[in-house]
Design a protein around this ligand. Structure first.
Ligand code: GSH
Length: 271
């Protein structure tokens, strides 16, 4: 048994605690997974989860970097980062987005357990492919050489980014066609990789609405299988509570303040 984090037991009598900035980013697919797991466990072994949201200001930065991260390094995981997931029942703190998705995918029975499972292989490949797409978004919205700091820069780079992202869309579309699947790792059932795939497609649906000059694009209509996948996820009853939550409807997609970058108003501004 690894050293146990003493501080968390009294504070969080819930099954899981996740922590992330108060935005969608890498937190959104984990929130989706937790809503899914909670919904499914309702009739068997109900559990609650806590969503610790660090605000994108001095208070949130201090709370994470000066308090919680320091404690986590000392008491539960020297790799401390956000997103993190604490499993209170199993007394584990997991970091790194893909490791967390993998962990919850196992816990919620979304992914198969056998190491040589083809579902697992598909799941891992799609998880990484989608992460590559996310990294392209990060290069668009954060402080990198091509970063965006103003509306003008964003307006200039967004169409280029949307064109570039079609390359990934084409790969994902072909993948679904190759297997004749609705979801990415199983034909008709959801796997852990599907949550991030949904989030990235959903973010791009929002980015298209920000094109300058009222230009309208419906990139998904060029990719019928991706469109069907996006709709299928959006209609899953297990995710109803998530799609109704402010974490989905109001949160900004990425972090503006900390990185001194700008990626347009979040979805709540469109209401
Ligand atoms: N490889 C990590 C990257 C985590 C990461 O870069 N987290 C960002 C937010 S997306 C952060 O602000 N981390 C806070 C920290 O470095 O302590 C993962 O996949 O989770």
């Amino acid at each position: 048994m690894p050293p146990q984090p003493k501080w968390k037991e009294e504070e969080h009598p819930t099954r899981f605690t996740m922590g992330y900035w108060q935005m969608r980013g890498l937190g959104a697919p984990i929130r989706m997974l937790l809503h899914w797991g909670k919904q499914n466990a309702e009739k068997t072994k109900p559990f609650a989860f806590k969503d610790v949201q660090y605000t994108q200001d001095g208070d949130g930065v201090n709370k994470w970097f000066k308090e919680d991260k320091v404690k986590m390094i000392e008491e539960s995981n020297p790799l401390a980062n956000i997103p993190y997931l604490i499993d209170h029942e199993e007394k584990k703190t997991i970091v790194h987005f893909l490791a967390i998705c993998d962990y919850l995918g196992q816990k919620f029975g979304l992914d198969e357990k056998e190491v040589d499972s083809e579902q697992r292989e598909r799941n891992a490949q799609i998880a990484m492919e989608v992460f590559d797409l996310r990294n392209n978004v990060i290069r668009l919205v954060y402080k990198f050489p091509n970063s965006v700091r103003t509306q003008e820069e964003f307006d200039k780079q967004l169409p280029e980014h949307l064109n570039a992202c079609k390359k990934t869309y084409q790969k994902l579309e072909s993948w679904l066609g190759f297997y004749d699947f609705t979801y990415f790792a199983k034909k008709d059932e959801v796997s852990s990789c599907d949550f991030h795939a949904f989030e990235m497609i959903d973010q791009h649906e929002h980015y298209q609405t920000l094109l300058a000059g009222g230009e309208k694009r419906d990139v998904l209509s060029e990719f019928p299988r991706l469109k069907k996948f996006h709709r299928a996820m959006r209609n899953r009853p297990e995710l109803k509570t998530y799609f109704e939550s402010k974490e989905y409807t109001d949160f900004q997609l990425n972090n503006h303040t900390l990185a001194n970058s700008w990626d347009g108003p979040g979805p709540s501004s469109m209401k």
